[in-house]
Every structure is written in C-alpha cells, then in structure tokens.
Design a protein around this ligand. Structure first.
Ligand code: HEC
Ligand code: HEC
Length: 389
C-alpha cells in the first residue's frame, strides 16, 4: 500500500512544492482544517461569552454552542468515514504505544508522525469527548435554568442549576486541555522542526522516509449523506422539542381583578415572583402599603389572596420563582428587590440607573426586562433603557 509506514519520498509532490529541499505531502484535508479553525472560533466565542459575558450575551453563546455541536458531529462522521489522516483509526493507538510515546517525550526521543502522534491523537478524542459533554450539559442547563431549548420541557430548575455548575467545570477543564494541546503543538513543532500551525492551515507536512503514517480509505458519499440526514433529523427534533411547553413555567394571562387593583400604582408583579407568605403579608397590611394606602374591599382582598396563594412562587419552577423564594430577606419579606438573589444579580448596576426617570425605581422591572409581566426574565430580554447606557 502506498500509505503504509515508512513511505519513501514522493517524486510527484516535489514538483508541486515551492520549496526545493523537503518534499511535502497533503496530510490534513479540507474537512479537518475547516473543522479545526471553525472550532477555534466557536470555542473562543463560547468561552468569552460564557465566562465573561453579561447574561444578555446568552444568544451569542448559544449560537457558538450550536456551532460546536455541529462541528463535533461533523468530525465524528468524518473520523469514521473520512479518508487519509482524518480517519480516527489513523490516530487510534494502543495504550502501550501512547505510554511509550509519553516516556519518549520525557527523554526527548519521540519519533515523528505524519498524522497525529499517539498523545496528540488521544488529545483529539479527549477534546471531542469533553466538547460533547459541554454541549450536553449546556443544553440541560439551558433547559432547567432558562427554560429554553429542546430539554426545557423535562428539566427541573434544580437539575439545570446543578448541571450549569458541571458545565462550567467542564469548560474550565477544556481551557486546561487547550493549553496542553498548544504546549504539545509547540513541543512537536520545535522537536520536529516543523510549523504545525502552518500545516493545519495549508494541510501539508514534510514527507520523509521512515515517518510513521497510517491512513484509511474515505467514503465521502456516505459521509455527506449521513451528515445531511443527521443534520436535518437533529434540527427537526430540536425544533419539535423546543416547541413543547417548558416545565413549571407560568402561561396564560394574569387575573383581571389582580391586574386592575394591583397595577394602579406600579407594574403588576407576577404572582410567581414571591412565595405565598409574602403575598399574604402584603395583603394583610394594604392600609400601610409602602407608605401608601392601598386598601381594598375585603371581598376583593380575599379574592386576591386566593389567586396569589394559588399562583405563588411555590407553584412554579422558573429561575425567579425558585431563587427569589429561596433568598427572601426575613426583615423585608414583602420586597422582591430585597431578596439576596435580586441584590446579587443587580449589584453591578449603579443606584443612579435605577433612580433615573427612564427606569423609575428598582421595582419597575419592566423598564429593563421586556418580559417581566410574564415573569420570564429571559437573559435575551434584558436591556437597560438606551439613553442610559
Ligand atoms: C396606591 C398605590 C399602590 C397600590 C394600589 C398598590 N401598590 Fe404596591 N407599592 C406601592 C408603592 C409606592 C410601592 C413601593 C415602591 C418602591 O419603593 O419602589 C409598592 C411596592 C410593592 C411591592 C414591592 C416591589 C419591590 O420593589 O420589590 C409589591 C410586591 C407590591 N407593591 C405589591 C402590590 C400588590 C399585590 C398590590 C395590590 C393588592 C399593590 N401592590 C397595590 C404602591 C401601590
Ligand atoms: C435598571 C434595569 C433593571 C431593572 C429595573 C431590573 N433589572 Fe433585573 N436585570 C437587569 C440586568 C442588566 C440583569 C443582568 C445582569 C447580568 O448580566 O448579570 C438582570 C438580571 C435579572 C435576572 C436574572 C436573569 C437571568 O436569567 O440571569 C432576574 C431574574 C431579574 N433581573 C429580575 C428582576 C426583577 C424581578 C426586577 C424588578 C423587581 C428587576 N429585575 C429589575 C436589569 C434590571
């Protein structure tokens, strides 16, 4: 076979090579190179928006995450059906070979591989595995915490919140792995006197006698069909699942009497934003309601009590319902903006922003959250009024 280990110098490549001295050979096909650099862009974007972005950068984060999922899916198909050095089997080494290579690394006596070396190959598999876990944990976190995406219909908030932690941990792990990958590239580039970054751009590497090179025969047609069918199937499934009602999220209009009576002076606070005990405390003292007299006819008060109790935070599984309920300030249990969670997520916003007439106070949630009335508070719907920014 032409592609066996120890392939001698090739006359054909000498003619096409601009450099006269070493002969080069096409190692990384277009699929591998495209995958690699698009993945770099997607991972950097996802990492920056995830670690440093404001909550309303979530959309960009999700686009980057979707791109990562698609790229990993492509790479898996390409790894099984692609040809040459793209094929997984071309860099799937026995544990003993990997250990021997790692030992050689310590002594500086590693041999050259045209494709991935045994440790580099292991890193590719590890990166693909961790990226898959990051995508899966991201979708679970999105479903449970933000009640968005294909898993929102089955994922409880608590699960999403926990998995969000796992997602972060995996992302940190990925940062470490990327660092190790770069160190490996740097080492091999120096040790083998070959610019591996350039090779991933041009696809070509120096060919020489005795270099280890195992490749496979590709099946492009089958790969394309699988990618197309898989892409369409997964997209359709995702859209179908995303359309299902999210678990524990209030829908439907607010009670008419409640909206009328309690929306006269300020925005109508959705019942899911506070626990029943807080609503009861408010209704018990409407005569002294934050310095105002908001008293109502006892029959209406009773009607509101029934409504608010039946639809209070305990009933719902959204981030505001769970987090505000869990962090009620015992000294000021009737204010949403006194809860520990509210204070924490808004602590970067200066006081002057809230007191500005465009906002009209901390309690005027809808000035910055366009979906506040429905108690969604989705990251994508946060916007501080423009003139203020
Ligand atoms: C007469 C006017 C008026 C009416 C009617 C009224 N409120 Fe209020 N409410 C206020 C004022 C004033 C505040 C304090 C606003 C502030 O300090 O930012 C307030 C604050 C609140 C808050 C705290 C919001 C936060 O910042 O966390 C809640 C909850 C609330 N009201 C619920 C109700 C409910 C329930 C009703 C109906 C039973 C109601 N209000 C009717 C005037 C009113
Ligand atoms: C001056 C604008 C402003 C007002 C008023 C405001 N918020 Fe926010 N809120 C923000 C911003 C900005 C963020 C995102 C902070 C970040 O990026 O970490 C946020 C985040 C949140 C989040 C978290 C969303 C998520 O998924 O991360 C919730 C819940 C929330 N606010 C609830 C409220 C409630 C309830 C009120 C009213 C009592 C309120 N906010 C009033 C600006 C505001």
């Amino acid at each position: 076979m032409a592609d066996s280990v120890g392939r001698p110098n090739h006359v054909k490549t000498a003619a096409s090579s601009p450099e006269p001295s070493p002969h080069t050979r096409k190692v990384w096909d277009f699929g591998v190179r495209g995958f690699h650099w698009l993945l770099v862009v997607a991972v950097v974007t996802a990492g920056l928006t995830g670690f440093f972005g404001a909550r309303n950068a979530l959309d960009i984060h999700l686009i980057a995450g979707t791109a990562i999922a698609a790229l990993v899916g492509f790479r898996v198909v390409w790894g099984v059906l692609g040809g040459g050095f793209a094929r997984f089997s071309s860099f799937l080494f026995a544990p003993a070979t990997i250990i021997a290579y790692a030992r050689g690394l310590l002594r500086g006596t590693t041999r050259r591989y045209l494709g991935h070396n045994p440790l580099g190959g292991l890193m590719v598999f590890a990166l693909l595995a961790v990226l898959t876990l990051i995508v899966v944990s991201g979708v679970i976190a999105l479903g449970g915490q933000d009640k968005q995406g294909p898993l929102a219909f089955v994922t409880p908030f608590a699960v999403g919140w926990f998995v969000r932690g796992v997602h972060k941990l995996l992302a940190l792990m990925l940062v470490g792995m990327v660092a190790a990958h770069l160190a490996g590239v740097l080492y091999e580039s120096r040790h083998e006197n070959e610019n591996l970054t350039a090779a991933m751009l041009t696809g070509r590497k120096r060919d020489e006698p005795g270099v280890a090179a195992q490749t496979g025969q590709g099946s492009w047609r089958l790969a394309s069909i699988l990618l197309l069918l898989g892409g369409v199937g997964i997209t359709a499934g995702t859209i179908g699942l995303t359309a299902r009602p999210a678990l524990g999220v209030p829908t439907g209009p607010l009670d008419g009497a409640y909206a009328r009576e309690c929306g006269a002076c300020h925005m109508v606070y959705h019942p899911s934003l506070m626990p029943a005990s807080s609503w009861q405390a408010i209704l018990a003292d409407l005569g002294h309601h934050f310095g105002e007299d908001a008293s109502l006819d006892p029959a209406i008060t009773e009607q509101l009590r029934t409504y608010l109790t039946a639809n209070a935070a305990e009933r719902w599984d959204t981030l505001p319902a769970v987090k505000f309920r869990q962090s009620i300030d015992p000294k000021d249990s009737v204010r949403i903006d006194a809860t520990g969670f509210w204070r924490r997520i808004h602590h970067n916003i200066p006081d002057a922003t809230f007191t500005n007439r465009l906002v009209g106070g901390r309690g005027n949630c809808s000035a910055c959250h366009s979906d506040a009335a429905a108690a969604r508070f989705a990251p994508q719907n946060i916007e501080i009024p423009e003139e203020l920014q």
